[in-house]
Design a protein around this ligand. Structure first.
Ligand code: TNX
Length: 714
């Protein structure tokens, strides 16, 4: 019987026949008397929902006092699809399965005031009659978090699971191991985390990202991971673990050096550190160790797929190894890539014994020989997506140019840029047809995944959640929409929805999201900043950190002295400025060093401002890099950087800068390098600058030198 009639009937009985003359509610009122009803199979979901809605849960046959919310499944609906119906007496959330009910609940949350995300609504809310039916376009809607480079602990991971759940994202791919960290306890080999979980300060695992003076790291115990798996499962999220093999394995190779190839490495260039990162393919004992590790992973994780990496293997290590060469000969392989196939096939057969399939990065299917039972994560570009699809692999679409959340969101912000500039709008614009993916290939598309790689995060204080939030939102809102229903509505419509709905929701969730940058113009001596998203504009002047409210255009002849940003709720835009702020000059400079230059990246790269230079080895104490200017340089600011752009790796680990001012004979100290770099604000013209190392090594076989960034006096 429909509860509406049931209520009428029960009122009839209790009030002796006069009941239906009582006015019936015309709208559903959600309040503390509302009851939530669900069957036993949905009870974790009932508890979850009740916590947010501030209502109580009854069993499936609970009697309604005043309106009910019913959760139920109907297998005739699509998997993960749902129907959400609001009538004056009842809210019904019907799902094709558990995930469908979950998705329907999220849809209900979106009908409620944003405070619902704070838990326990705590006030009455009147709901309009509604009927929403929906089902996802793709079964795979994922986020990859790289917890190996930058550690994200248990509680913070739970928060992320919640945030993903609010966005109907149903896969959390955890990159648990890499050169810089091993983050999952393996009971049969505790050293993997007791040693490999930490780097720097006495660990055989070198610190490489500018955090030198401290031990850094962490890991999930098996019990914690089980708790995360369960926590995620209640929220319709499957955790897919990744153990990155056979490359990106410098960490485990530092803990168990015997897994490496059989030749003496060059450790002169690394100041004593064995930089090799690949497993030896020919060493039989390696497969026993892998069996131990992967068997534990397979029994811990319910997911059908275990991601085993396969990306960016340094094939030279295998070419130099006599054992690997012999194996190639024995097997008749003419290409070292076939060794990767062989290695991963062995790994897959371990997984198969546990009823699991491999997930791999696209390199792993380069030869096309690898098992079709694998799921391919196509990350390089759209061509690689095509390649995997054409070969008939189930493919997760995630080309860096659209889906890499470690890419910067505008040209002057933090983040990598090797795959381009990726903001929410770019992500949202992904188009199958334009990428050459034909309707015939679509059955092989598993869905989308965004990836947050974290080697550049370490320099941004991973202890603060702001950076991760800022890099993930609202780009994940766009991913969620793209994967759930596509981008057919167009960006303008989606942006309008971001501004009118999502920004307030993200604020209620406590997400430190990114607002799009304000527009800054300067004309007729008037500097203006504008926003179109209802955010509050602020500015600061050069030489001061004080952020003041922007109340109107600024009359100035020096627009380069101002920077602007805007705030809305917990969201913040990047600092932006008039283009004159970013103007640089390229004074003629000669760069010399006590370290030899690499052949591949010669000094002329940085000297001509064309690109990065590398030395032929890491720096030792006393090593120097000297920048000599053809003419004295008078400037507002000069930025000298060792290491990769946006990434304090391959830096002069610790050192100082010295300046030779015009007309002087001696270099004078100009300060300590911070993460291999320094910004000078010289008050007098400069002839030369010298960076001097005070530390041995940097965990890599070279120092990178970036072109100077010199800002003129205007
Ligand atoms: C490439 S994507 C990598 C990662 C880096 C990332 C930086 C992939 C499979 N490998 O190791 O963190 O680029 O964007």
């Amino acid at each position: 019987m429909k509860p509406y009639f049931a209520l009428c009937l029960s009122l009839l009985i209790s009030l002796g026949g006069e009941a239906c003359s009582q006015p019936l509610p015309t709208k559903f009122v959600l309040g503390k008397d509302t009851e939530l009803i669900c069957g036993r199979d949905l009870s974790p979901l009932g508890e979850y929902a009740a916590g947010y809605l501030g209502v109580t849960v009854s069993g499936a046959d609970g009697a309604s006092k005043r309106g009910t919310i019913a959760l139920e499944t109907d297998p005739s609906l699509a998997q993960e699809g749902f129907r959400l119906e609001v009538t004056p007496l009842e809210v019904t959330v019907t799902g094709g399965n558990y995930g469908g009910v979950f998705n329907g609940l999220q849809s209900l949350f979106r009908l409620l005031p944003a405070e619902v995300y704070g838990g326990g609504l705590g006030r009455e809310v009147v709901l309009r009659d509604t009927l929403i039916s929906s089902s996802p376009r793709f079964a795979y809607r994922g986020l990859m978090l790289d917890v190996a480079r930058t550690w994200i602990g248990f509680e913070r991971m739970k928060r992320y699971i919640d945030l993903l759940a609010y966005h109907n994202i149903n896969k959390l791919h955890l990159h648990l191991t890499d050169d810089e960290g091993w983050r999952l306890e393996i009971k049969s080999h505790p050293e993997l985390t007791s040693v490999g979980g930490f780097r720097g300060e006495g660990s055989p695992v070198e610190a490489v990202y500018g955090k030198w003076g401290e031990r850094y790291g962490g890991f999930y115990t098996r019990e914690q991971m089980r708790a995360l798996i369960d926590y995620a499962a209640v929220r319709n999220i499957e955790i897919i673990p990744e153990i990155d093999l056979p490359g990106h394995s410098r960490n485990i190779a530092s803990v168990y050096p015997e897994i490496r190839c059989n030749y003496a490495p060059d450790t002169v260039s690394t100041v004593g550190y064995d930089y090799r990162s690949a497993w030896c393919v020919a060493r039989e004992e390696n497969y026993r160790l892998l069996d131990d590790i992967l068997s534990e992973v397979c029994t811990l994780f319910p997911s059908k797929y275990i991601h085993v990496g396969g990306d960016e293997v340094d094939l030279e290590q295998w070419s130099r190894c006599p054992d690997c060469r012999r194996l190639m000969q024995e097997k008749g392989f003419d290409d070292p890539h076939r060794l990767e196939d062989y290695f991963l096939e062995r790994v897959s057969s371990i997984l198969a014994r546990h009823g699991k399939y491999p997930g791999v990065w696209d390199e792993a299917v380069k030869t096309g020989a690898f098992t079709r039972e694998s799921r391919v994560y196509a990350w390089h570009d759209t061509r690689k997506c095509l390649g995997a699809l054409e070969n008939g692999y189930q493919t997760v679409i995630m080309p860096g140019e659209y889906f890499y959340l470690d890419m910067r969101q505008s040209p002057t912000e933090d983040g990598h840029d090797w795959a381009g500039i990726v903001d929410a709008r770019k992500l949202f614009s992904f188009d199958f047809e334009r990428s050459g993916i034909t309707p015939g290939m679509m059955s092989h598309v598993a869905g989308f995944e965004a990836a947050f790689w974290s080697e550049a995060y370490i320099s941004h204080n991973p202890e603060r959640p702001d950076y991760l939030d800022y890099m993930c939102f609202p780009r994940l809102c766009a991913l969620s929409r793209l994967a759930w229903s596509g981008n057919g509505e167009g960006w303008d419509s989606f942006y309008e929805e971001l501004v009118s709905k999502h920004y307030d929701r993200l604020t209620a969730m406590g997400v430190r999201y990114r607002l799009f940058p304000p527009k800054v113009t300067w004309s007729g001596g008037v500097l203006r900043a504008e926003v179109d998203d209802g955010s509050r504009l602020c500015y600061k002047e050069e030489g001061s950190d004080r952020e003041q409210a922007y109340t109107g255009p600024i009359r100035t002849a020096k627009p380069h002295l101002y920077q602007f940003r805007s705030h809305r709720g917990t969201g913040v835009s990047p600092w932006v400025a008039h283009e004159s702020f970013h103007r640089t000059v390229k004074p003629a400079v000669k760069i010399t060093s006590s370290m030899a230059e690499s052949r591949q990246f010669p000094m002329s790269n940085a000297e001509t401002y064309r690109g990065m230079t590398r030395t032929a080895r890491a720096s030792r104490r006393g090593d120097w890099i000297l920048y000599t200017f053809a003419q004295e340089v008078s400037c507002r600011e000069m930025y000298l950087q060792t290491g990769n752009r946006q990434l304090p790796k391959a830096i002069i680990t610790r050192g100082r800068a010295e300046v030779l001012y015009a007309g002087e004979e001696r270099f004078v100290d100009a300060g300590e390098l911070f993460q291999g770099s320094i910004t000078l604000r010289p008050s007098r013209p400069i002839r030369a600058v010298r960076l001097v190392s005070e530390y041995d090594g940097n965990g890599t076989p070279f120092v990178s030198i970036q072109p100077l960034v010199v800002k003129p006096r205007l």
